[in-house]
Design a protein. Structure first.
Length: 222
């Protein structure tokens, strides 16, 4: 018996079940099928522009920075302006997301590198699947278009977020993801990122960049 089987067997014994109870299994299947919601805070239940304003406020409260552009064509210059303002290397690492394809990167001084992030990458660029207004969180789904390594390895993480993809609460973000990929077909990894990486483990002193990027810059598109 594997360690996993031993743990599950111990849980079944403590619950007094075998794992083959028909009614119990039916209850679990029903819950998984319906994905019922819990209590949803009223804070994020706003009209579109108010949701974006709340998202911006909450993101800035946790040390992220937020900018906004009218459309995707303005993204390269917005990224270039951020890189210049912070004296960063003129190169960004990104996946193959369609949002970034065909944009006028050649009009900037930015070198765009594709693929999974490397240890020496200073700036990563991702496309968020959704933004959560109630907490200023971005939801990032893994895949070739947006490798998870970009969320963690570069010192600076720049995230493009569609204005139409800002929802009020976490439950709405998960509903959006299920609708996009089909229930039961989630991406291998879904990261919920709220502000830059931080830790207070050492004498309760907040240290940015402890386990990932020390800066998070979000560009709302649209």
């Amino acid at each position: 018996m594997s360690a996993r089987d031993q743990v599950l067997a111990a849980i079944r014994r403590s619950l007094g079940v075998t794992g083959n109870e028909v009614a119990r299994n039916a209850t679990i299947d029903d819950r998984l099928r319906r994905a019922p919601k819990g209590v949803i805070p009223a804070r994020g239940q706003l009209a579109a522009e108010e949701r974006i304003a709340l998202f911006t406020t909450m993101a800035e409260k946790v040390s992220a920075t937020v900018a906004r552009v009218a459309d995707a064509v303005a993204l390269p210059e917005a990224v270039a302006a951020y890189v210049r303002a912070h004296n960063l290397p003129a190169a960004v690492r990104t996946g193959g997301d369609a949002l970034f394809t065909g944009l006028p990167w050649q009009d900037t001084h930015i070198e765009v590198r594709h693929g999974a992030a490397r240890d020496d990458d200073k700036v990563g660029l991702s496309h968020a699947f959704a933004g959560v207004a109630e907490s200023g969180t971005v939801m990032l789904a893994s895949g070739a278009d947006n490798p998870t390594t970009i969320n963690f390895l570069p010192e600076v993480h720049v995230v493009a977020l569609g204005a139409d993809d800002v929802v009020g609460d976490y439950e709405a973000a998960w509903d959006k993801l299920r609708a996009a990929v089909g229930k039961g077909h989630m991406p291998r990894t879904v990261n919920m990122v709220t502000g830059p990486s931080r830790s207070g483990d050492i004498e309760q002193t907040i240290l940015l960049g402890a386990h990932g990027p020390r800066r998070l810059h979000i560009i709302v598109v649209g």
